[in-house]
Design a protein around this ligand. Sequence first.
Ligand SMILES: [Zn+2]
Length: 288
Amino acid sequence: MNSAYEVFALRYATLKWSRSKAYHCYGVYGEEDSSCDLDYYFWLVRNGERTVLVDCGFDDERGGARNRLQQTSPLELLSRMGTRAEDVDHVVLSHMHYDHIGNIDLFPNATFSMARAELEYWTGPYSDRPTIAWPVESEEVRMVQQLASQERLELVENSYELFPGLVLTQVPGHTPGQLVAEVSSASGRVVLASDAVHFYDEMNLDRPFSTFHDLAAMYRSYEMFRDLDARPDTLVVPGHDPDVTRKFEVVADQCIDLTRPVDLDERPRSEAELVEAAHRLAQRPRHC
Ligand SMILES: [Zn+2]
């Protein structure tokens, strides 16, 4: 049985943002503030046997109320990859924030998974406090509870092999039950960090993101991701970083193949390779 997966990042929105908003206590670094993009992705993981999504993006209307606009609908992005909504067997809900669970009603044949700690936190005693509740939509929390009552929701504790070659692990810090998906592909292991690492700089420079549940746990998680990313067969993919589109092959508009890293230092040898490299560069979207 071949359980190696294809893994794609699908980018459905981009927000113009700033580093002082992205990083906790940005002033301590003594750097001028500068603009940066916050990209919004969800991820398609599939092989001959199953089609899995990791997250499903924000809802167009509820996102709009937060001044977050879908630039391409999730279903349009899936269709570019030849996947229909009804083909999706399972959706991993990495955490409860609105930009990750907004479209669960689009996938009629899917079962879902979420960490038990995540569901318990967002339905727990302090979940309605405004300083806690702002990144979630109460209607969407109810939709997740409804999935549980329909027996369509698997609750994950610690680490769990969802399917052969697809392991979910709880990595606290950003939220109490943030899940990370480790996927076996033909080119090695792809770690979909989702919001356990929004930007490469969190992991590489040890700079905490601005929103978190447990700061020390988030630092611990960054250490773990640095160790993982240092392994020759493993690539950690952040959940909101525009650099993902530069570090991997773009195979269709806003669709990035995470099993095909681009060697940015590569020096093409033949004329044909030069033409091919120029073509690839021309197709690559640009960011600040
Ligand atoms: Zn997010």
